[in-house]
Design a protein around this ligand. Structure first.
Ligand code: ATP
Length: 304
């Protein structure tokens, strides 16, 4: 199974090769009693991609990740990670994945370095290699100077960076990140984006969830929009925007903000000239796609 290589939006180059899929969901369903958390999702993520799952609160993003990382079983359907069936070969899967959870689950009484050591021991990384990798990763995430402080003294951004270092310690080729930058200030968020891009450049495939449209737009090669447990859109940010129309005419009407989409600026301008309201003509962004498809503003949702 292969995935079409995504458009490199940051450089504008297009590499039309095909990538092998390293994450796969086949008709996956997960019910919690009457709640359909995931309602028939099929998805392929290619090797080397940064793939983002976007969606309102309760859409099913975390549940998808929890099934992929062996923490909960699907009600129906199949999941594969690194070519292994998650149900049939969970140990093989666990060996090949790193996980950055939504909640900080570091040992608060231990120092940053001790937390990494604990993880290295659990993964049976041999002695000298263990020390080398811990020091390398502390430097990588910029925490060498604070490595001997207890986690309870870390800021949110420092804890997130240590969680990333811990997830990478056993050198997994696939990384799952559930809202990696939630609650962080814009500067720290950008540092985490840099880290994700650096890891990705070294070949790591990343599946992340986010409420930040800007994060998905600037970081992810492809994005899936999830709503009510279903995948309602899938593509590169550019493809998703083009599906609406590259140019947006926006105006404040009596019923609130309205938007119309056009394939060209000329079309949008003509529309603007024929209206009495103040119309802003601008490029369509991923937030527009999200709002059109889910009927909700992403910003309202991230505070929910
Ligand atoms: P958020 O953006 O708020 O993190 P999400 O898209 O990650 O949301 P999930 O956490 O996957 O959504 O939840 C999907 C649905 O499944 C929600 O209705 C949630 O209440 C429900 N759910 C999740 N875990 C459980 C559980 N262990 N028991 C019962 N219901 C659950």
């Amino acid at each position: 199974m292969a995935v079409k290589r995504p458009v490199e939006e940051r450089t504008g180059t297009f590499a039309p090769e095909y990538l092998p899929a390293v994450i796969e969901l086949r008709n996956v369903v997960k019910h919690y009693g009457k709640i359909k958390a995931v309602d028939g999702v099929s998805l392929l993520v290619g090797q080397g991609e940064i793939f983002g799952l976007l969606g309102p609160n309760g859409a099913g993003k975390t549940t998808m990740i929890r099934m992929l990382i062996t923490l909960t079983r699907p009600t129906a359907g199949e999941l594969y990670v690194a070519g292994y069936s998650v149900a049939g070969r969970p140990v093989e899967v666990k060996r090949r994945i790193g996980v950055v959870p939504q909640q900080n689950n570091l040992e608060r009484e231990l120092t940053g370095r001790q937390n990494l050591l604990l993880h290295a021991l659990l993964h049976k990384i041999p002695g000298p290699e263990r020390t080398r990798r811990i020091e390398e990763l502390l430097a990588y995430v910029g925490l060498q100077a604070r490595a001997d402080e207890q986690i309870q003294r870390y800021s949110g951004g420092m804890a997130r960076r240590l969680l990333i270092a811990r997830a990478m310690l056993h050198r997994p080729p696939i990384l799952f990140m559930d809202e990696p930058t939630i609650g962080l200030d814009p500067q720290t968020r950008r540092k985490i984006w840099d880290l994700i891009q650096l890891m990705n450049r070294e070949g790591v495939t990343v599946l992340l969830t986010t409420h930040y449209i800007e994060e998905a737009e600037s970081l992810c090669h492809r994005v899936g929009i999830v709503d009510y447990g279903r995948l309602i859109a899938l593509g590169t940010p550019a493809e998703l925007k083009a599906s609406l129309g590259e140019v947006c005419a926006e105006f404040l009407g009596s019923g609130g903000t309205s938007r119309r989409f056009f394939p060209t600026r000329a079309g949008a301008k003509e529309y603007a000239q024929n209206r009495d309201d103040d119309v802003t003509v601008r490029r369509t962004n991923l937030e527009d796609v999200f709002v059109e498809l889910t009927g909700r503003e992403a910003r309202e949702l991230s505070s929910g």
